[in-house]
Write a new protein. Structure first.
Length: 362
């Protein structure tokens, strides 16, 4: 697998990719299950200029840092440059030949907010490399390479949802994705509701141990249950799930019930049944909090305040957990007012500084 170079030595390529918010379907993707993300307005933009040789330079407007590495000699550094190195490393390991380039990165996708800032960077860089060097990369291969960069180079064992969403999602539909087959279809977001996303002010890092621990627990639960992935469980397996040692039983129960909630949420969206969607959001958050144990006290408070708001249909934690953001559906035309009200109440109660990200202030 390789490609020629269709770009001149000084061709400049500008590409971008959005962050995403997952409406429902958390920690199901690496278990082969279903997810339902949508794109957010915030995005990561890159400018790539090919150069001779094998050196890559990359600068980040956000981090005010410049890094450099040699293609074929990528080494993890523990900072943002690892995501760029991971992309070129994954391309090299899959037979794609690259030349050096200069890269400039800017992003308004908040870090540690559970909104896939890393996938937005990976996909934006991959899109730029593909177009600058004429690589034969279809959308699914591009997403898989981004996932490989994060799994195998950075060390975060995420599923493929984030890269698929950064590459294929848009802001008017939800991407209903089967992460096993990678079949997907777009489901229109309800016209009679506002999407609201609030960052709790508690940042997370999915390359840290807790996220990887949850994945290992799911894999061990699947092994003890004798199934390839927790996706293969059905309601008939609930009795066996309850007999697993703690916390494996609760981890498996979350995945089984969350997959079912995604399927129900798709139906609710298609019917514009926002009350049912709100109920599913509430059940999902409770499962994330109690069975999967990836929420935090502050995030629970933010969800509780949102759920109690008169203009809100439903709210839940979104993303990998251990901090991050809350996703909310509010009454049409009331999203910004409700979001501001919820954020202010949360700031007063928690002492933290939340950020209303969607609707955006730009």
């Amino acid at each position: 697998m390789g490609a020629g170079n269709d770009a001149g030595p000084h061709s400049v390529v500008r590409r971008a990719a959005p962050g995403r918010v997952n409406l429902i379907g958390e920690h199901t993707d690496y278990n082969g299950g279903f997810v339902l993300p949508t794109a957010i307005p915030q995005q990561t933009a890159v400018v790539l200029t090919p150069r001779t040789g094998k050196t890559v330079t990359a600068q980040s407007a956000n981090a005010n840092q410049v890094g450099e590495f040699i293609l074929g000699d990528e080494q993890p550094r523990g900072d943002w440059l690892d995501y760029v190195q991971g992309v070129t490393w994954a391309l090299g390991h899959n037979g794609f030949e690259l030349q050096g380039f200069d890269l400039s990165v800017s992003s308004d996708v908040p870090l540690g907010a559970g909104l896939s800032s890393s996938a937005a960077l990976e996909v934006a860089v991959l899109r730029a490399i593909r177009d600058a060097f004429g690589l034969a990369l279809d959308d699914l291969t591009l997403a898989r390479l981004g996932q490989s960069a994060e799994n195998d180079f950075v060390g975060a064992r995420c599923g493929i949802m984030d890269q698929m969403a950064a590459n294929l999602a848009d802001g008017s539909t939800a991407l209903f994705l089967d992460t096993r087959s990678l079949e997907f279809r777009r489901v229109p977001l309800p016209a009679d509701a506002d999407l609201v996303v609030i960052h709790s002010g508690v940042s997370h890092d999915i390359s840290a141990g807790d996220y990887n621990t949850r994945r290992a627990e799911c894999e061990e639960a699947a092994r003890q249950l004798g199934v390839p992935q927790l996706r293969d469980l059905t309601d008939a397996d609930l009795r066996r799930i309850e007999q697993l040692p703690d916390p494996l039983g609760r981890r498996a129960r979350h995945v089984l019930t969350e997959d079912a909630r995604v399927l129900e949420a798709v139906v609710a969206l298609e019917r514009s049944d926002l009350n049912r969607l709100g109920e599913l959001f509430g059940a999902s958050h409770a499962s994330m909090r109690d069975d999967f144990e990836v929420s935090t006290t502050d995030v629970d408070l933010l969800v509780e305040l949102a759920q109690d708001d008169e203009d809100v249909y439903g709210a839940r934690m979104t993303g990998g957990g251990f901090g991050g953001s809350v996703v909310i559906f509010a009454r049409q035309g009331r999203g910004r007012v409700a979001g501001d009200r919820i954020a202010q109440a949360y700031a007063t109660r928690s002492g933290r500084i939340p950020t209303l990200l969607v609707p955006p202030n730009f």
